[in-house]
Design a protein around this ligand. Sequence first.
Ligand SMILES: NC(=O)C1=CN([C@@H]2O[C@H](COP(=O)(O)OP(=O)(O)OC[C@H]3O[C@@H](n4cnc5c(N)ncnc54)[C@H](OP(=O)(O)O)[C@@H]3O)[C@@H](O)[C@H]2O)[C@@H](O)CC1
Ligand SMILES: [K+]
Length: 544
Amino acid sequence: MLLSWTSAQVRAAEAPLLADGVPLMQRASFALAGAVARVLRERRGRVVGGSVVLLVGPGNNGGDALHAGAYLRARGADVVALAVAPRVHDEGRAALEAAGSRVVVVDEDGVAAAAARAAGADVVLDGILGIGARPGGLTGVAGALVARLSARDDERGPVVVAVDTPSGIGVDDGSATGTVLRADRTVTFGAAKPGLLLPPAARLAGELEVVDIGLDLPGRPAIARLEGHDAAALWPVPGPAAHKYSRGVVGVVAGARRYPGAAVLATSAAVLAGVGMVRYLGDVADLVVARRPEVVAGPGHVQAWVFGPGVSPEDAAQRRRIEHAFDGVLHRAEPAVVDAGALELLPPRVPAHVVLTPHAGELARLLTARGHRVDREHVEAHPLRHARLAHELTGATVLVKGHVTLVVGPDGAAYAQSDAPAWLATAGAGDVLAGLLGAMLAGRAADVADDPSLAAALAAAAALVHGRAARTANPGGPVTARAVALALPETVAALLGADASRPTVGWTAGSTARATTGPTATAPTTGPTTRSADGPGRGGRMGR
Ligand SMILES: NC(=O)C1=CN([C@@H]2O[C@H](COP(=O)(O)OP(=O)(O)OC[C@H]3O[C@@H](n4cnc5c(N)ncnc54)[C@H](OP(=O)(O)O)[C@@H]3O)[C@@H](O)[C@H]2O)[C@@H](O)CC1
Ligand SMILES: [K+]
């Protein structure tokens, strides 16, 4: 599990060490120089003679860049610092100059020349702002320089390495307004920061490398990202005595004569995810059973529900079925996925074992209907804030679909999953996710009843499996929703085969037998530290 802490938490963890004279900046900048040296070796075979431009702001973030520049100069790189503030970190400046490089202060007239110089480098190190950044992007000379650099579309342009965070993102809230330099790689210190995981800023961070500088991070992390072994540990794996009812039955209320595909996709995904049984309720049972003969049409006992794919709230028959089924959700603690058309049928308050799965537009409509007028663009700019608002207003666990999928649940639980390729933004993909999540909730319904916060972890795990299934279906290319559903058995097998025996950690103390519900500060502490902030996992774990 990749965990992130806010800038205030990181500062609090730094304070006692700094008071004891622990050289945190040296640790950070030495590791940063190592990361840049690796980029230089990848790009040109060696460090010696590689050209590195440091963009240096007024604070300690610039200090990191200057010290890293001094280490790189000592290793033979050609380093120049472009200061975008009149004053930069004194010791860092002295170290760089002692190593034989210069600090050039850029003023308004010098922006064009500075941008050209940076554009010609092998590596640009963005040390303008870190956790001291006020959100809203870069302004003044820094903004003008970064805007010029960003406007260039040069294939052989420099590799941009962000120091701690891409400068100007909302470090704690993931906002990305104004001018920010998109990084190919972010080397972050002590722990990941929420803005490196959260949309929309996460896409500006590139590959994420977490450097252990010895911080002891107390309290709860802000945002978590599940990795494969976490999802494997959450997966409902049948024991030897399992039968179809003990494995869970999911009831799917989906589809209409006009939208039969949604019913086929949602039921198919539930079947292929390996649930005990799928019951279908709706008007296209003939088509569903023709495509998926495993599905049982008609009512009966279920452990969990999927409501809404391909359902119009004006469809009186489907509406009645969903309203009737909500009775079991509210009074028998049956977990439910509420998707698409069913979002408009949501009762005023529901328990956290109800998982809403809107995209940004649907979330905007849900919030507007509940008195918080907001449009899709605003939700996309601040998805975490709006997902939290929806959770507060409804009580439900909320999964917001997107390039990075967000899940928020009770007790401040929040996950940001970036497992999906952009190709997964395709019709029907949401129906597959709903069916898949319904299967997981049915398989672990008793555990969810004991601990409703487990629903958020299961929703995050479903997002991970959904994204991986898309990659399995056609690595690097277009996928159809049907192909994603068909790839589920192979994806789950790979996940369980690779990772099932590995432990996970818990958000709350009340953990269930097989797996717990989210992160605490007892994060895994071993293993390599390189993770992708905005792409598929590559087998590392966050180090501290
Ligand atoms: N403490 C340590 O030993 C360690 C620290 N570490 C490193 O330090 C970084 C944090 O350093 P930091 O606290 O100095 O903040 P930093 O991000 O450099 O910026 C502050 C300056 O920027 C200014 N400013 C802010 N927003 C602005 C805006 N939008 N536009 C323009 N200016 C803006 C702000 O001005 P002010 O708000 O004061 O007016 C202030 O002058 C951290 O990310 C990590 O890299 C690591 O080495 C580990 C050990
Ligand atoms: K930075």
